[in-house]
Design a protein. Structure first.
Length: 655
């Protein structure tokens, strides 16, 4: 026992005991130089009898060598490389110079290291000891931080990992140089947004873009695009508006790339409006859909390019680009971009009525957030129950997300959350409350596409409250973005909204147009809502037989999708027509968590534990652990029985 260190030693001994019992743990030792941190680590090593110990230490002279410390740690474990999924093994081999190839993304390297540790722990539990973390190279520190957060069901213990953000300080501490200073300004702008100072980020990046103009014109263009992106995200909280940022972008120096087309298109859109900007945006979207850019360049733009797609009501492009962005992000292991890619894919799934797929990705997004330590507002977690109509759960998550976006200064997030709340309230028939939520969401037109979605919610809520003047004003605003789009989604939404403020044959014609157009779009929920509204109108017109037809269609669509509150609203209308409707819900494998369902469906479809782990960014051992829980919950004993126990279509790749 170290003198005076009884408490610390007891804590470390308890952690080792947990590892011996099959649980994982991570402990960071923090203190001034000379207080005895290394002595405590020596105590860990001495107490680890029967456990496998792997060690690494930061070396000041190796701080600029990427993955130097990680190589120390993993060298004794490389015998297990053959057990890793192919992409992860290749990432580790390339990183450590064991094979030729392009540099692997940090995420894939992290997953490979995690699985190396997991494979080593199959024989006996592993203890990782990392000393002098202040001298770790940045790449090793990032991977070790990822692994420490991601431990789950692996008998691995990680100790003494410091997660200091030192990259910016290193850049600024170097030899004074204009290009170095510009890069530091760029990084500072990104960090401002990442650390909750969203209002400052667009200004910092705008200043940096101007500095890059004479130093690196291509990078200046990319930085202008980042400034536009952050101005959109900060919205009402930004220190500059997106229109002001768009007004100062520079022309490309050479032949325009896809990202150049996007910068120019957004500049026109936000300076001059949708009537002039939409054609240019569509051209940029087509360029991105050709997938000609290197994956790392495409990923830099994935969030804003998807935003541009639904800005101009192009849900076909949105679907394609969200899927492409997620595929690129996973393939390259771009850890930082994965939450953005997942959010876009989740939203596209919801729009298409694919609620089960959206729920599965929400679970993955939460796991990524836990693994990376990158906290994000609960947009995704709130939207899925809101679209389902789970009022209690959705309202709690909406309130939580509202507090977070307010603290972080993300205006577009506030708009999205209030639009989500308005949708939920409309589904529940609580129209006065829906008006209030939609009014907040539509207060700042700069917050763009989500505000346009909220305008459609405002039209329905105001019309149902008898406030036709407010609804008509909202329709006029909706027309300014939907009409120039020329898409079935945009024009169908506009027709549905105009029908709500129309009477007689004009209303009927608009409802039929809305149904016809939305049936050709990807918006399955929007289509079901059009049938519901038309059925409600027909019932009020005393055309009961026709009303029943559309209400039945709406009811069946909502049930198939899982939009329970809208289904209940359709059922209530059907009952009012004299129809007898048995209340029922879509069948669910409700006893399984979303992650368990993801894993179980893949196992049912014949994937191995290693294949499932590669798709879901988990180790094979973690998959095995979850499957044991699945078998217990379902009362089965083998994978063969999953085919009878689980409903749902086959899972295709990463969709």
């Amino acid at each position: 026992m170290l003198l005076g260190r009884g408490t610390e030693c007891a804590k470390l001994d308890g952690s080792l005991a947990a590892v011996r019992n099959g649980r994982s743990d991570a402990i960071v030792l923090v203190g001034e130089a000379g207080v005895g941190k290394s002595a405590l680590l020596a105590h860990v090593v001495e107490s680890a009898a029967g456990l496998r110990v792997v060690r690494a230490g930061g070396v000041e002279s190796e701080m600029e060598l990427p993955y130097a410390a990680l190589h120390q740690l993993c060298l004794p474990l490389l015998e297990n490389l053959g057990r890793l999924p192919g992409p992860q093994a290749e990432a580790v081999e390339t990183t450590f110079g064991l094979r030729a190839g392009s540099a692997a993304g940090t995420f894939l390297v992290g997953l490979g290291v995690l699985n190396l540790l997991a494979e080593a722990a199959r024989d006996r539990p592993v203890v990782c000891v990392v000393d002098d973390a202040q001298w770790l190279d940045s790449a090793s520190a990032q991977v070790l931080a990822f692994v420490a957060r991601r431990l789950s069901a692996e008998s691995v213990h990680a100790g003494s990992l410091a997660e200091a953000r030192i990259l910016l300080d290193r850049v600024e501490a170097g030899t004074p140089d204009e290009l170095r200073a510009a890069h530091a300004g760029q990084l500072r702008g990104h960090l401002a947004f990442a650390t909750g100072r969203s209002a400052q980020a667009p200004v910092l990046l705008l200043e940096t873009a101007r500095r890059f103009e004479r130093l690196d014109p291509a990078l200046a263009r990319e930085t202008y695009l980042d400034a536009i992106t952050y101005a959109l995200l900060a919205g009402r909280f930004a220190e500059t508006t997106v229109a002001e940022v768009a007004a100062v972008t520079m022309p490309p120096a050479g032949p325009p790339r896809a990202q150049d087309l996007l910068v120019d298109a957004l500049a026109v859109l936000y300076r001059e409006g949708h009537a002039k900007g939409t054609p240019a945006v569509r051209t940029a979207l087509a360029a991105f859909r050709r997938d000609e850019l290197p994956a790392d360049e495409a990923m830099r733009c994935l969030g804003i390019v998807c935003h541009a797609a639904y800005e101009v009501w192009d849900d076909e492009a949105w679907e394609a680009l969200a899927e492409l962005g997620l595929r690129h992000t996973r393939a390259t292991g771009a850890l930082i971009m994965l939450p953005v890619a997942l959010t876009q894919r989740i939203s596209a799934h919801l729009h298409a009525g694919e609620f089960a797929e959206a729920s599965a990705l929400v679970e993955e997004a939460e796991a990524v957030a836990e693994a990376t330590g990158i906290a994000r507002p609960a947009y995704d977690a709130a939207t899925v129950p809101a679209w389902r109509g789970a009022a209690t759960t959705a309202s709690a998550l909406i309130n939580s997300a509202m507090r977070t976006v307010d603290e972080r200064g993300e205006g577009i997030g506030l708009t999205l959350i209030q639009q989500t709340d308005a949708l939920l309230l409309n589904s529940l028939g609580r129209y006065p409350e829906a008006v209030r939520a939609a009014e907040i969401a539509t207060a700042k037109p700069d917050e763009s596409a989500f505000a346009a979605w909220a305008v459609a919610e405002l039209v329905e809520a105001a019309a149902r409250c008898g406030d036709r003047a407010r609804a008509a004003a909202a329709v006029a605003r909706l027309a300014s973005t939907a009409e120039p789009s020329g898409t079935d989604w945009g024009l169908g939404t506009l027709a549905r909204s105009r029908a709500l403020i129309s009477d007689g044959p004009a209303a009927e014609e608009l409802y039929r147009e809305a149904i016809d157009r939305l049936a050709r779009s990807r918006g399955k929920v929007a289509l079901a809502r059009a049938h519901l509204l038309f059925g409600e109108w027909l019932r009020q017109e005393r055309r009961v037989a026709e009303a029943k037809s559309h209400l039945r269609t709406a009811h069946e669509l909502f049930l198939a999708i899982g939009a329970e509150a809208f289904a209940a609203r359709a059922r209530q209308e059907l009952v009012a027509t004299g129809e007898t409707v048995v209340a029922r819900t879509r069948p669910e494998n409700a006893e399984l968590t979303t992650q368990e369902l993801q894993i179980a469906r893949r196992a049912r479809d014949g994937r191995s534990n290693a294949e499932i782990g590669a798709e879901l960014f988990l180790s094979a051992r973690t998959i095995e652990w979850h499957l044991r829980k699945v078998f217990t919950k379902l009362g089965i004993t083998s994978r063969r029985e999953l085919r009878d126990a689980l409903q749902g279509p086959p899972v295709h790749g990463h969709r």
